[in-house]
Structures are given as C-alpha cells and as structure tokens.
Write a protein of this length. Structure first.
Length: 88
C-alpha cells in the first residue's frame, strides 16, 4: 500500500526518515501527524525511533543502513551513539 505524506511542507520525506526492513528512523521535531503515519503503518512490524543525527533532522541523508547495521557520520559523538543505542 502506498501512502502520500509530507514533512513540514516538503515532499522529500526520505531526507527526514530512514526506513529499512528492520527499523524506521524519523527526525525529531516534526508534527505528530508525520509520526502517526509511520506508527499506523509500521509499528506492528518494526521499531520506529525518533532521533536526530549529528544535531540535525536530516536522518535519511546522514545515515545508511540495513537489517545488519547502521552507518553514522563521524560527526556523531560517542554520547550521541550511546543515546541512539539506548533508544532502539
């Protein structure tokens, strides 16, 4: 099933979210409507994590991942990595 959605009037939701077959990362700071679409469609199958990467909301552009792992930019601090791991 396909669902149309926007993040703060941007159709480029891939910039603000990362979806794999094992998890979904969404940018913090969006409207609850943005999160609710992911919750409604995916929460029963995979975890959905609200996060920021290197202090930005560009979660989809700053990460690469699959069911085996997630690559983060070097600008992410050790504290940021620990917070992310705690939230997942």
């Amino acid at each position: 099933m396909a669902v149309r959605h926007q993040y703060e009037n941007s159709n480029d939701i891939g910039v603000f979210a990362k979806l794999t077959n094992s998890y979904c990362l969404t940018a913090m700071g969006g409207s609850e409507n943005f999160y609710s679409v992911f919750q409604d469609e995916l929460a029963s199958d995979i975890p959905i994590v609200k996060t920021s990467i290197a202090g930005t909301r560009l979660v989809g552009r700053m990460t690469v991942g699959n069911k085996h792992g997630l690559l983060l930019p070097s600008s992410v601090s050790d504290q940021g990595k620990n917070e992310f791991l705690r939230d997942t």
